[in-house]
Each structure stands twice: as structure tokens, then as C-alpha cells.
Design a protein around this ligand. Structure first.
Ligand SMILES: Cc1ncc(COP(=O)(O)O)c(C=O)c1O
Length: 453
């Protein structure tokens, strides 16, 4: 048995020992929910922890273990759990009804707040999920341009539908040349010719993107990009890459869609404010709804006019039972509205501190790993290679990263198994210290990684 295998056995044994109730529940769930879960992204081996309560920066699992939560429902909780202003707003609203087959003033108020912070969203619409928001943004782009193809970046995640589930996490041996990546469906059930409608481009490589766009210029409706590739490893676009993309797409009459479902948290006005790029369409989600399920898409008025039902039939009808649900909007007004410039500056600084200290620790221990990210978003990667693209992430030791996340769980830190985390507004330096202590313990004692081995 290698040292790594021995470490894995120990870490798994501790995890199993401390999470017996979660294991029982997961076994029962296997008889009800396919694979024991209802969300692939929260599954990790050997089984995920059941959370019974979240309060502030911490979650308590079904066995009573308390952990500092750096996942925050995959970055959607800006204020941790059960933040009093959100609880109060939701309680107030739920007594008056949670959702109606009619608009409420709350959707207007939240819409205005989003529009004020992201002026490129001249008109917007709410959806129940980020996947839907992207689906509609792409449909608007296809309808407006009359073109079929869209371009996305290798490693970019835009939700669960057919046009998005292409080359999200392609095996490197199937991914094709770095400068002309193959379109690899990430899911069964996506016909090959649908995947061919999705041109895959390399992130942060403007010269390669220019060549690809020129080759497909008459066919492309839109380029969709996450300014910070979130689920792909929290890889930030270089500023000149995004401004170059804006210039290229505008010059070639192709729409630019910024998917800010994760990157909205990097500035009050999202990454588009931070980078100074005005897209044609934007999708936002996660933090806009205070922990409730809602997202939005919007952009140029002439594009969004396709959704206007006033002249008879909308060119693009958009329904959705819970679109703009009052209770989600109430939570959003409290939660998204509760992000002040001071809050933003504080979480950004804590994120900066966490990354800097984690990187000092990796260097001191001689561990070939790094913490990358922007503002309050971070990701740990087991690679010494500079990370600017999906392929650099994929060349890292992702199995070791997942093992580290499990070791951190044993030490009271909840981090996504792909190493992704974020800071919430209820965290202070104490939570960052807890993270760093757990990280050092996990690396040195659990993974025995001192000295670059
Ligand atoms: C950038 C991005 N786009 C789209 C989505 C899909 O959102 P949802 O999970 O709400 O469908 C996600 C979800 O993580 C995301 O990170």
C-alpha cells in the first residue's frame, strides 16, 4: 500500500466513523432517490453528509458534527445560513403568500435593484434556476441573430441543458487539440449533432479564439463566457481576454453573453463592473435570491423585446410556475440588497487573505498546490502549473484534492470536493484561521505531505 493509499484509508475510516447517521440516511435514500441523491454536484464518495441545520457560518450534520461552511450552497449564500434579515423578510412574506399567478411589487423591486447594479441589463426576466436563465439567454441570441451555433469555453459550466452540457469536464484524451478543442458531450442523451452546434474555445487564449470565431463567423449567434470560470476551478479571465472578446464579438456581429451566476459576487455590479465590459446579455443567479431558488437573464432592450407579450404573442414565450415567486424576491431584496460596498470589500479581503495564507502554507510545506480565485471565491488545486484554463485544472491531481476535502470535513471545514469555496459575510478572521489550521493539519497529519512528497 502506498502512503497515499494508507492516508485514504485513514481519512475514510475517520469520516465513516463520524458520519454514521449520514450513511444510514444515504442508504435509505438509495431506495427512493436514484443514486441516493437528487443533485449530482453534492454527491461525493463514499457518501455525502446530511445537513440538519445551518446557522451563520456553520452547518451541523445529522450526527451533530459542526463545520464551518465554505461551500455556501455552491456560492449562493452570501450571508451564510439563516441570516436574520432574510429570515425576517421571508417570514413576513410567507404569511402573505409565497407565490401567485400574478406579478407582485417585490419582483419589480428586486428587478430594479439588479438593473441598478448591472446597467447592461436594460430589461430582465426571472427564472427558477440558472440553467433556465442561460437556456433563455441562448434562445434570445439564436432568435435575434437567426443563427444556430453558440460558442462556449472548455471547462465552462452553464447549467444542465443540452447546449450547456458540452465540454464542461472533458477527459483530456478526448478533448482534442488545445487551440481547437473538440465538442465533447458531458451527458448521455445529447445527440452528437446538437453538440456540434456548440463550438468549444480555449479560455484565456484570445488569439486561438479569434481564429475559431473567424472560421465560424456566419454561423455563431453568441459567445457565452463565465468571467470567472466557477465550477471549472475558479479560473479568472485575464482582463484583456474579456475586453478582447467584447471587441471581437462586437466587430463580428456576434452577441456576448456573460454568465455571472457565480461571478456576480466579485463586485456589487458583478464581474462586468470589475472588468469594465458591457455584454449584450447577462445571466445572474445564486446570490440574487438570498438562498432561494431564482435566477435572471437580461440585457439589451432590443434583444429582450423578443419576450414582450404586449403586441399579441411574444416571439419567445417564457413561462415558469415560480418565476419571480414573491417569497424568493423577498429573500433576494433582503439578501442581495444586504450586500453593501463595505460587505463586499470585507469578504473580498477575507478571500484574499485566505488565498495568500494558503499559498504561504503550501510553499512552506513544499506541497505542489495552490489557492486561486477572485474576491470571495477560491479553489484549491494540486498542481504547481500556473492555472489559466480548464486543461491546467484537469492536469492537476484532482483525486488528491477530493481526499483533502474529505480530510477537511473530518477537521470541521466544509469545502466542495473539487476544492471550491467562498467567503460569506458572516465570516470573520476566526473562520479563516480555522480554515488554515484545518488545512495544515490535513496536509501534514492526514495526507503526510510535508516536504513535497
Ligand atoms: C456559471 C453558472 N451558470 C449556470 C449555472 C446553473 O445554475 P442552476 O444550478 O441554478 O441551474 C451554474 C450553477 O452552478 C453556474 O455556476
Amino acid at each position: 500500500m502506498t502512503r497515499l493509499e494508507a492516508a485514504r484509508e485513514r481519512i475514510l475510516a475517520t469520516y465513516r466513523d463520524r458520519t454514521k447517521r449520514s450513511r444510514e440516511l444515504f442508504e435509505q435514500a438509495g431506495q427512493v432517490l436514484e443514486g441516493g441523491t437528487t443533485r449530482t454536484s453534492v454527491f461525493f464518495a463514499p457518501y455525502p453528509c446530511y445537513v440538519s441545520e445551518g446557522r451563520g457560518a456553520r452547518v451541523t450534520d445529522a450526527d451533530g458534527n459542526v463545520r464551518v461552511d465554505f461551500v455556501n450552497n455552491f456560492t449562493s449564500l452570501m450571508h451564510g445560513h439563516a441570516w436574520p434579515p432574510i429570515v425576517a423578510a421571508v417570514e413576513r412574506q410567507i404569511r402573505r403568500g409565497s407565490a401567485f399567478a400574478a406579478p407582485s411589487e417585490l419582483e419589480l423591486e428586486l428587478g430594479r435593484l439588479i438593473q441598478e447594479r448591472l446597467p447592461s441589463m436594460e430589461r430582465l426576466r426571472f427564472t427558477s434556476s440558472g440553467s433556465e436563465a442561460v437556456l433563455f439567454a441562448l434562445r434570445v441570441a439564436r432568435a435575434f441573430t437567426g443563427r444556430r451555433k453558440i460558442a462556449k469555453f472548455e471547462g465552462g459550466f452553464h447549467g444542465s441543458h443540452e447546449l450547456a452540457q458540452v465540454s464542461v469536464n472533458p477527459p483530456l484524451d478526448q478533448a482534442g487539440p488545445a487551440e481547437t478543442p473538440a465538442s465533447v458531450p458531458d451527458s448521455a442523451g445529447i445527440p452528437a449533432d446538437w453538440a456540434e452546434d456548440v463550438l468549444i474555445m480555449p479560455f484565456n487564449d484570445l488569439a486561438a479564439v479569434e481564429r475559431l470565431v473567424e472560421r465560424h463567423v456566419g454561423e455563431l449567434a453568441a459567445v457565452i463566457v463565465e468571467p470567472v470560470m466557477g465550477s471549472g476551478g475558479v479560473v479568472a479571465a485575464r482582463p484583456e481576454f474579456l475586453t478582447g472578446l467584447r471587441e471581437l464579438t462586437a466587430r463580428r456581429g456576434i452577441l456576448l453573453i456573460l454568465d455571472e451566476i457565480i461571478s456576480l459576487r466579485v463586485a456589487l455590479g458583478g464581474a462586468q463592473a470589475r472588468y469594465g465590459v458591457r455584454p449584450d446579455l447577462t445571466t445572474v443567479g445564486k446570490i440574487i435570491a438570498g438562498g432561494f431558488p431564482m435566477a435572471a437573464f437580461g440585457g439589451r432592450e432590443d434583444l429582450m423585446a423578443l419576450m414582450d407579450p404586449r403586441g399579441g404573442k411574444a416571439a419567445i414565450p417564457q413561462s415558469g410556475t415560480f418565476n419571480g415567486a414573491a417569497v424568493c424576491c423577498a429573500a433576494g431584496i433582503a439578501g442581495y440588497g444586504g450586500i453593501t460596498p463595505e460587505v463586499q470589500a470585507r469578504i473580498d479581503a477575507l478571500g484574499e487573505d485566505l488565498r495568500a495564507r494558503a499559498n504561504v502554507l503550501f510553499r512552506r510545506l513544499g506541497v505542489p498546490a495552490q489557492a486561486i480565485g477572485v474576491g470571495s471565491l477560491f479553489n484549491l488545486h494540486f498542481t504547481a502549473e500556473p492555472i489559466e484554463s480548464y486543461r491546467a485544472v484537469a492536469r492537476g491531481d484532482r483525486a488528491r484534492g477530493a481526499l483533502l476535502a474529505l480530510a477537511l470535513m473530518n477537521r470541521g471545514v466544509f469545502l466542495a470536493s473539487r476544492g471550491m469555496g467562498c467567503i460569506s459575510s458572516v465570516m470573520t478572521g476566526a473562520e479563516i484561521d480555522a480554515f488554515l489550521n484545518a488545512l495544515e493539519g490535513a496536509l501534514v497529519e492526514d495526507l503526510e505531505l510535508r516536504g513535497g512528497t
